[in-house]
Design a protein around this ligand. Structure first.
Ligand SMILES: Nc1ncnc2c1ncn2[C@@H]1O[C@H](COP(=O)(O)OP(=O)(O)OP(=O)(O)O)[C@@H](O)[C@H]1O
Ligand SMILES: [Mg+2]
Length: 327
């Protein structure tokens, strides 16, 4: 199958759920987005934003209400079978055979995807090694911890090489070491030419991994682009961290009057995000520094989390249009 430049093209996509009881829910509300071939595309948004709904439509598990979607150049409604042949998907819910061993889960998946039998063993060796599953190979999945079960589920898709991989929150429940291995494996897959479409709530992960990030809310696109584009949506935001010798209620009250974009306190440390053109913080700090001991003061450029919180701080509305790269 010859592959088009865009692995995924979504035009005016709408999905309305009509539950038997209760009002209809518009989960996707006129979404437009393209995913380029060979990129790692990260879909972010708070709970209920419509991420899984989009993933289910793209993976042909569910039809849209309206709009057009092509995946690998094929129409999702007319050519679902051909699309399914060329993709792998890891959904949010656990989909592993609990009563099979880790090894049997991997080999069953490989056989299902028509991997030649003489290649399965070698692939299983590589995948179990890469995902730190070697010592659990012969254990039934039902006996594994939650994080390990998730690991098996993600590891499965690396038994086959498909041009397109969908991962719904792939690293949820994993410990930091395994998370790292999973991110490395995802990156390797992308370097080999595959397109990866993932959803995540872990913003550092998206920041580290994704070539393009889309932020959705209430089924609408709020922002789309690479990390610098997304970050530029909050002009010149800065992350600051200040540690006081003793953070009194008085200082806290003083600081809380400032127009922070985000603000959190842990013991004597304040972590916050400000606009760099806002001098009031620096004036307040200079004043505090004269009377109070500031032990540590650090300024960094804003993180994706700051942008995310800022973008989602108000509801999307007609006067708050889509931002970033609009495809
Ligand atoms: N089968 C369904 N029937 C009715 N409403 C649904 C159904 N599935 C999802 N929804 C609603 O559609 C909206 C989008 O849900 P979706 O699962 O796509 O969100 P999400 O971004 O994946 O959230 P999360 O981060 O919690 O996984 C929500 O309001 C949700 O309640
Ligand atoms: Mg979801």
């Amino acid at each position: 199958m010859s592959l088009p430049e865009n692995a995924i093209e979504v035009h005016d996509l709408v999905k309305v759920y009509r539950p038997r009881s209760g009002a209809p829910v518009t989960a996707l509300d006129g979404l437009n987005v393209n995913v380029r071939r060979g990129e790692i595309f990260g879909l972010l948004g708070r709970n209920g934003a419509g991420k899984t709904t989009l993933l289910r439509i793209l993976t042909t598990l569910m039809p849209p209400t309206s709009g057009s979607v092509t995946v690998l150049g094929r129409d999702i409604e007319r050519e679902g079978l051909e699309i399914r042949r060329n993709m792998c998907v890891v959904l949010q819910e656990n989909a592993v055979e609990l009563f099979l061993s880790v090894e049997d889960n991997l080999s069953t998946y490989a056989r299902f995807h028509a991997i030649p039998p003489d290649q399965i063993r070698g692939r299983a060796d590589r995948v179990t090694e890469r995902f730190g599953l070697s010592e659990y190979r012969r254990q039934k999945v039902i006996d594994l911890s939650g994080g390990l079960k998730r690991r098996v589920q993600v590891a499965k898709v690396f038994m086959v090489e498909k041009p397109l991989v969908f991962l719904d929150e792939p690293t949820t429940g994993m410990d930091p070491i395994n998370k790292r291995a999973t991110l490395d494996a995802i990156r390797e897959q992308a370097l080999a030419g595959g397109t990866i479409f993932l959803t995540t709530h872990i913003l550092e992960e998206a920041e580290e991994l994704c070539d393009t990030i889309a932020i959705v809310d209430k089924g609408k696109l709020l922002a789309l682009g690479d990390l610098p584009t997304i970050k530029s949506l909050i002009p010149s935001a800065l992350d600051i961290s200040i540690t006081f010798e003793l953070l009194t209620d008085e200082i806290l009250a003083d600081l809380r009057r400032l127009p922070f974009l985000t603000f959190s306190r842990k013991r004597n440390t304040i972590d916050a995000c400000i606009r760099s053109d806002d001098l009031s913080l620096f004036q307040t700090l200079a004043r505090l520094a004269q009377s109070q001991r500031v032990l540590h003061f650090e300024v960094r450029s804003a993180t994706l989390e700051d942008v995310f919180l800022e973008l989602l701080s108000g509801p999307p509305s007609p006067d708050r249009p889509d931002r970033g790269r609009i495809s």
